[in-house]
Design a protein around this ligand. Structure first.
Ligand SMILES: [Zn+2]
Ligand SMILES: [Zn+2]
Length: 275
């Protein structure tokens, strides 16, 4: 898995050099993630109960109740920070302070993980200010430290998931919103969860955020000279979603990487008033 991710990252950087600044730091973290062995236990849910939950639009877990291994994630966060101290970053002082916090302050990492899962942006900002780091950097490191645990959980519950029966614009596993979409070679649209990376089918002409289906409310734009990518937007809720059309590429990286490699499209969407 790790090797696979690394080779996708190297190929993306080769084929689309502007993606390098976003992908290179992540490449370093992927190496460190390879040695994380989280212990994730999940509960079995009776099929009948699960069917009802699904019909009612309840994901398998809510973000705050995801049974993740915070100890493994805290260990990994420490490794990330220790590694970044030697990376020649401009914010090295903040990285050092954060590392001290993870080692000295009681349950500092746990507080960060809980804030991330709760989507409590204010709490993340306060913690980032404590150590003088950009909140986005701390958020990215915290989320990435949770990834091996989340991947374990996804493996453990893959049989419980009946994604083809799922009708919602949020993730069937954890209830989070999508951060990216793709058109499969069949033309079918899939959404990709911003937290757990789960993918599930969703109608092409429907906003995943507010369910608007009227053609006149929905639209898309493309970046110049960038075939295969579109930004779909909704005039009703002003949200957008980046979309990769797999037909336009010989090889497509996992969507978490395509998402990192297309940050310029987020900027473009935001410049156009979407969020
Ligand atoms: Zn999810
Ligand atoms: Zn909408």
């Amino acid at each position: 898995m790790t090797q696979d991710l690394i080779s996708h990252i190297d190929r993306l950087i080769r084929q689309r050099p502007p993606s390098k600044p976003a992908l290179l730091p992540f490449r370093e973290l992927v190496h460190l993630m390879a040695h994380s062995t989280p212990d994730v236990r999940t509960v079995r849910i009776e099929k009948g109960v699960r069917d009802i939950q699904r019909q009612e639009g309840f994901p398998l877990f809510s973000r705050e109740d995801l049974p993740l291994d915070f100890n493994a994630a805290a260990d990994l966060l420490k490794k990330f920070l220790a590694h970044l101290i030697d990376a020649g970053r401009h914010d090295v002082q903040g990285i050092k302070t954060a590392l001290n916090k993870t080692e000295a302050a009681h349950d500092w990492s746990g507080r960060l993980f809980r804030a991330i899962l709760k989507q409590d942006e204010e709490a993340v900002s306060i913690m980032a200010a404590e150590v003088k780091l950009d909140p986005n950097v701390l958020l990215f490191l915290g989320k990435t430290a949770l990834k091996p645990s989340i991947a374990c959980l996804r493996d453990a519950v893959s049989e419980e998931m009946d994604k083809n029966e799922w009708r919602e614009g949020y993730c069937p596993l954890c209830g989070s919103q999508p951060d990216m979409a793709c058109f499969e070679r069949t033309g079918k649209r899939y959404l990709h969860c911003e937290l757990c990376g789960e993918e599930w089918p969703f109608p092409r002409i429907k906003c995943p955020f507010c369910n608007a289906e009227e053609q006149e409310k929905l639209g898309y734009f493309e970046a110049e000279q960038e075939e295969g990518f579109r930004v779909y937007f909704c005039r009703e809720c002003l949200r957008y979603i980046k979309t990769i059309d797999k037909k336009a590429f010989e090889e497509v990286a996992p969507l978490e990487l395509e998402n990192l490699a297309t940050i310029h499209l987020d900027l473009l969407a935001q410049e156009n008033g979407f969020r």
